[in-house]
Ligand binder design. Sequence first.
Ligand SMILES: NC(=O)c1ccc[n+]([C@@H]2O[C@H](COP(=O)([O-])OP(=O)(O)OC[C@H]3O[C@@H](n4cnc5c(N)ncnc54)[C@H](OP(=O)(O)O)[C@@H]3O)[C@@H](O)[C@H]2O)c1
Length: 189
Amino acid sequence: MEGLLPAMRPGGQARCITVSSRLGRITKVGKEWRPQFLSATLQVEELSRLVQRFLDAVREEDCIGQGWPTHVRESALSCHEHCLAWANVQCCAMYSPISQAYSVSKVAVNALNRVMARSMASVDTAAGVPMCHYYACCPGWVQTAMGGPDAPKTIEEGADTPIWLCTTPLSGLINGGFYGERQRQGKQY
Ligand SMILES: NC(=O)c1ccc[n+]([C@@H]2O[C@H](COP(=O)([O-])OP(=O)(O)OC[C@H]3O[C@@H](n4cnc5c(N)ncnc54)[C@H](OP(=O)(O)O)[C@@H]3O)[C@@H](O)[C@H]2O)c1
């Protein structure tokens, strides 16, 4: 995100839209980690350290012990049951152990979205430095290579909120906010 800044136009209108996921809601990580990801004083360096802690736990094969719960454990459903409950499909990658890394990566990118929004909020555009506005969003479950053919949304429908975030007046958006279906989502993102 920081690397994109030199490419942004000056004038205070630049935007950076991150396609995240609702699977990155804060409850996907253990209670001990949540205040750290949500902290109003979080900086990029500390966020990197938090992600490194997750990677360390993966290497030590101690994710659950260190408070990085899986979807399955969180819901007390088996993987298969969870897939059926969630999407009426057989087991899929969304609820495999890989999904734990997916969720942590999205929790982290949502946090980065907020960190960047805060850091840019005080930038002096008069000095020619491009101020940038940051928004994250979930496209919904979309028929892409990742989402698969059973997803309810077409690719065009999945692109709707990201494009809306690019084009809707800034005055109607919350810098650092998380959106889905053109609506600001709750504080769990
Ligand atoms: N589809 C859904 O239901 C859904 C739901 C929620 C959120 N999302 C999010 O939407 C975004 C787009 O996903 P999608 O559904 O369009 O998935 P996709 O069809 O699998 O496309 C993923 C894209 O990411 C690229 N990519 C993957 N790993 C990369 C890497 N290491 N470096 C550079 N490029 C890489 C792929 O490039 P190649 O084609 O070259 O491999 C591909 O273009 C993702 O952030 C995803 O998490 C999707």
